[in-house]
Design a protein around this ligand. Structure first.
Ligand SMILES: NC(=O)c1ccc[n+]([C@@H]2O[C@H](COP(=O)([O-])OP(=O)(O)OC[C@H]3O[C@@H](n4cnc5c(N)ncnc54)[C@H](OP(=O)(O)O)[C@@H]3O)[C@@H](O)[C@H]2O)c1
Length: 321
């Protein structure tokens, strides 16, 4: 079957290890099923994998991708939940110390077929296309948990989203705005700031800009480039929810400000299967559809990876299979 996979690791030039070619068909063990992938979405996680973050060379070749929507062996339209808990784990799977994401230990979704535990199949709402549904399991689920679970943001509060055009950032803007939150975003270009406004942000600023007032919460995935601004943007007792550090993991800690203003720093990773179902229900009820930057056939996957690497995005990058 055709697949986009990591054949080698290169921390400096991640696309050098990317190959789009034939891989063996999955052979699901008991309790697992093979899903016919109709659409799969790209995440920054796939770039990290090609750089060797979370993917050691001894696991190669590894099919990339955590997100897919497709058809299960019984003919049901499904979305694949990307968090694979260890055998016997019960409860919140994001807290399982042995959890993995598809493409870390088990082969990923950027392929004609992917095998997953049967319990990771979630019914796809008929209102969402395969392309739209494929956007949800990583970036959108992460955004949902950041805002509503880990951040516990409520309607009427003001949230700063660092970044405008990425997968998580666009999901944060769209979900936050639909939930009655005042959303402010930063974007690196005027075009990206306009995108944020078009997706429902109430205002968009240049990175590091002085804001009209302090905010209740900051959603942080950028890391070193924006951390100090995030800390300075917060009200007393405000919360930064962090789920990523695209620009680097080691900014100045700003410890003085954090303790003096009694700020809270909360980590967030992916989300649960239940949260994925709830989010999809919200999206159907409130008519929210993910911003899609580009849709490409799987054989042209490299162009999508290149666009993400260059920061040339306006929402999710989707591959049709
Ligand atoms: N913990 C988890 O479970 C989890 C889940 C999903 C994602 N993540 C992490 O979250 C991050 C975002 O993921 P994604 O898939 O949304 O990535 P993406 O689509 O490539 O988006 C990157 C985002 O970073 C912003 N950004 C701002 N300054 C940047 C800089 N100096 N360098 C690079 N990017 C900058 C971009 O803002 P502009 O709009 O201004 O370009 C854009 O919104 C990644 O690091 C990813 O690994 C973690």
């Amino acid at each position: 079957m055709l697949a986009a996979y990591a054949a080698s690791i290169d921390s400096e030039n991640p696309l050098d290890g990317l190959v789009v070619d034939q891989r063996p068909e999955p052979e699901p063990p008991d309790g697992w099923v093979a899903v016919d992938v109709r659409a799969a979405a790209l995440n920054h996680h796939d770039i990290w994998s090609l750089r060797g973050v979370g993917l050691p060379a001894e696991r190669l070749p590894m099919i990339l991708g955590g997100d897919a929507a497709g058809v299960d062996p019984d003919g049901n339209e499904v979305v694949v939940h990307a968090v694979i808990a260890s055998a016997g784990w019960t409860g919140d799977e994001t807290l399982d110390p042995k959890r993995t994401l598809l493409s870390e230990l088990h082969q990923g979704t950027l392929a004609q077929r992917v095998m997953v535990p049967r319990g990771n199949l979630v019914p796809k709402p008929p209102e969402l296309s395969f392309e739209q549904a494929a956007c949800l399991p990583t970036a959108w689920l992460t955004a949902y948990r950041m805002l509503f679970v880990r951040g516990a943001v409520t309607p009427g509060q003001t949230v700063l989203v660092q970044g405008a055009s990425g997968g998580v950032a666009t999901a944060l803007i769209q979900l936050g705005s639909a939930a009655g939150i005042r959303v402010w975003a930063t974007g690196r270009t005027e075009e990206k700031r306009q995108l944020a406004l078009s997706l429902g942000a109430d205002a968009a600023f240049e990175p590091g800009a002085r804001l009209p007032e302090r905010v209740d919460a900051v959603m942080e995935t950028v890391g070193a480039a924006t951390w100090s601004h995030s800390v300075k943007a917060l009200k007393q007792d405000g919360v930064i929810v962090i789920s990523g550090a695209t620009s680097g993991p080691a900014p100045p800690a700003e410890l003085n400000r954090i303790f003096f203003l009694q700020l809270r720093v909360v980590g967030s990773t992916m989300g649960t299967r239940d949260e994925l179902e709830r989010m999809m229900r919200l999206m159907v009820q409130r008519d929210i559809r993910p911003a899609i930057s580009q849709t490409l056939p799987l054989p042209e996957a490299r162009a999508g990876f290149q666009a993400m690497l260059e920061g040339n995005t306006s929402g999710k990058i989707v591959f049709t299979v």
